[in-house]
Design a binder for this molecule. Sequence first.
Ligand SMILES: C[S@@+](CC[C@H](N)C(=O)[O-])C[C@H]1O[C@@H](n2cnc3c(N)ncnc32)[C@H](O)[C@@H]1O
Length: 225
Amino acid sequence: MKVLIACEYSGRVRRAFRDLGHDAWSCDLLPSDDDSPHHIQGDALGLLGSGWDLMIAHPPCTYLALSGVRWLHTRPERWAKLNAGAAFFRALWNAPIPRVCIENPIPHKYAREKIGVAYAQKIQPYHFGHLESKATCLWLRGLPLLEAATNYKAQTLARPKKDAHRTHYASPGANRWKIRSETYEGIARAMANQWGADYAPPASIPGDGFNNRRQFAQTRFRFGS
Ligand SMILES: C[S@@+](CC[C@H](N)C(=O)[O-])C[C@H]1O[C@@H](n2cnc3c(N)ncnc32)[C@H](O)[C@@H]1O
């Protein structure tokens, strides 16, 4: 499959798809953290019409996220930035690509109105092999819900808050926003394993077993069944 990972500098989701044999590319205004030749530095909007089978996008959430809604009332200049953020989100959602996932934190009510599409599901890192909590929403078009691989909720919530909510408690500094925005490895692997599953991978799959599709299918379970 030809896969675009829009707004990704870390390469996490791109690598998960490439490990399964997909022609996956990341794109961000920033250079990639891993200096990959499969990263395009530039505006993702310019790439949307290039014949992708699937796009996973991580657009900026600063002005859309519920956690920042209070600032709208004290910093009126943020309304214009909210409008721009929602317009970017909608442009990604309306891309001429048959399968689209947009990932973002829980949006506030103004963002929800301006985006105009409801998210399909809310996921947590502890559903995908991590002992951490960070609610993340997925807007899905042409894709099934992402199935949980683990349920480490109890173990996660038993940890000290600074560990269970590591990204929330990240120390102030130049890299704080990066620590908070990088996609979790387990979520990236689940996206590739499940949404790339109708694609026949090459006979030998590089990796440590966690990205092996068959092994993953044997260990994952469905909530509520
Ligand atoms: C919340 S971060 C997502 C990071 C991602 N989860 C990762 O692991 O790399 C949002 C990213 O969107 C990028 N971005 C903003 N506008 C963009 C655009 N027009 N085209 C491509 N990337 C853009 C930013 O540079 C930033 O890296």
